[in-house]
Design a binder for this molecule. Structure first.
Ligand code: NAP
Length: 466
């Protein structure tokens, strides 16, 4: 006779219920990996605090990169899977606690990314006119939580900008600020963003690396694009591209670095062009403090030299780079979810190949994937492999009985609705999608992003006749 105290293994009738927290690329790839296999029957709730899916694909990839954003179509196919239920507009920690969520499902995969900006820890960092790149990106992508007033106040009247950091986000911000209104016009940026950018006549953008060109983390494709702007000229100081013999040899051995150097060396021949904005890429400059009384007027930098291990060493030589706006683009940081351990320094959840560790031991039923697992690095595609690794661990745990179907529980969406939350399901998202396309069509665009939570929810309610 079967022992009734031992829950049964997952079956088609009683599948393993998995909640994925965060419907960005990592979460969608995790849902995809869970539903692509047929050995362990699963049902996935893909939860997001926003009423919209796609995470940084919607609110991170620059809107002037439509080809990159087209990955939405691929991600959408995973949302359409009958075993995946999108549950947007639900914040874990607010609408439902982590303990309550865990009671509803047999396993949770945390894929909520890294939303905070890293700090420089220097004087003047919080002056008006100093913005985190995360804030600028959220604003131009139409994120509902963007600080619209703060970003637009900082942008007003700006002529010269310093972007600190030489990663792809720094290039995104520098490029968007240097684009003409005509170049941005076809994008899905909200109209108020297009208007604010059109009113900003940026004459100079300096993108600042604290180490050398061989240590920059931007990728060649993104770098090259700066050279294709309609009314901006990229300027590079040839003296900053001179490497000693050892460094040159190391640079040549790394294809990415060698390609970047080749592009930069070509640009070092450029001269400023009349009527063009100047987009300067500068290296070996470490920010020391932001200058200004009531608002930023410049950045004091110290010249550096890079040692054989790639570390920046200060030389004591100081310089001031004037700027009306400083954008700090020095990386993202993961935040804790109430009840979940996060290592403060790395901003990641302690884990072993995706199994969450509590007090150094795997915590049964808890997994992690994406930036909150490995830190804020890599392009969208990297999350696929990452999510697969995590899901392989989860399925192995289900296969060996570590994970069991815990028996009947109330439906998550019904529980949320009963307590007054307003979960946004797939058909609701389709209504938002249609509303954005209709808004875009009024100005001949494919789409215009709806940037306010209330407007997004109004589109849902209108379609549902509520
Ligand atoms: P990132 O590539 O890690 O770049 C951070 C930059 O900040 C580095 O240049 C770093 O310099 C600098 N930095 C850090 N601390 C600093 C400090 N205290 N002072 C001065 N500089 C400092 O990060 P990201 O640009 O935020 O991008 C995050 C991820 O998203 C990356 O993997 C990126 O490739 C990806 N992404 C891709 C695309 C695309 O494919 N188009 C677009 C956007 C983002 P050090 O190296 O010296 O630390």
């Amino acid at each position: 006779m079967a022992d009734e105290s031992v829950p049964p293994p997952p079956s088609a009738e009683h599948p393993l219920r998995v909640a994925v927290v965060g419907a960005g690329p990592a979460g969608i790839f995790a849902a995809d990996a869970l539903t692509r296999q047929s050995e362990i029957p699963v049902a996935v709730d893909l939860i997001d605090r926003l009423p919209t899916p796609f995470g940084l694909v919607r609110h991170g990839i620059a809107p002037d990169h439509p080809k990159m954003r087209a990955i939405r179509d691929t991600l959408h196919r995973s949302l359409d899977h009958p075993l995946v239920r999108f549950v947007g507009n639900v914040e874990v920690g607010t609408d439902i606690t982590l303990d309550e969520l865990r009671h509803h499902v047999d396993a949770v995969v945390y894929t909520y990314g890294a939303a905070l900006d890293r700090h420089l820890g220097i004087e003047g960092e919080d002056l008006p006119g100093s913005l985190a790149a995360t804030d600028v990106v959220s604003w131009y992508c139409g994120h509902p939580d963007a600080d619209r007033a703060g970003v637009e106040a900082a942008l007003a009247g700006v002529r010269s900008v310093v972007v600190i950091g030489v990663g792809n986000v720094a290039l995104d911000v520098g490029r968007v600020l240097a684009r003409t209104p005509e170049e941005l016009e076809p994008t899905d940026m909200p109209q108020h963003v297009l208007d604010a950018l059109a009113a900003t006549e940026v004459e100079e953008v300096t993108v600042l690396g604290r180490r050398g060109p061989a240590q920059a983390t931007f990728t060649t494709q993104e770098l090259r694009e700066l050279g294709e702007l309609a009314r901006a000229t990229v300027l590079v100081d040839p003296a900053e591209l001179v490497l000693d013999a050892d460094a040159e040899e190391r640079a040549a051995a790394d294809r990415g670095v060698a390609r970047n150097l080749a592009v930069l060396r070509e640009w070092s021949q450029h001269r400023p062009e009349p009527g063009h904005a100047r987009l300067r890429l500068r290296f070996y400059r470490r920010p020391v403090r932001l200058l200004g009384e009531d608002r930023v007027t410049g950045v004091e930098v110290e010249r550096t030299a890079v040692d054989g291990d790639g570390r920046a060493m200060g030389t004591g030589e100081l310089e001031v780079i004037p700027a009306d706006l400083v954008v700090r683009s020095v990386g993202y940081l993961g935040t804790p979810l109430p009840g979940l351990p996060v290592d403060e320094r790395s901003g990641t959840v302690p884990n072993e190949a995706g199994r969450v560790l509590r007090d150094g031991r795997p915590s049964p039923g808890e997994y992690v994937a994406g930036w909150i697992k490995r830190g804020p690095s890599g392009v969208v595609g990297h999350n696929k492999h990452d999510a697969r690794e995590t899901v392989a661990g989860l399925l192995a745990d289900a296969g060996d009985g570590t994970l069991r179907v815990r028996g009947p529980v109330d439906d998550l969406v019904r529980t949320l609705q009963a307590r007054g939350a307003e979960p946004v399901l797939l058909e609701d998202w389709r209504a938002i999608d249609a509303a954005e396309q209709a808004l875009g069509a009024t100005r001949g665009r494919a789409r215009t992003t709806l940037h306010e939570r209330e407007t997004l929810l109004a589109a849902v309610r209108a379609a549902a006749g509520r």
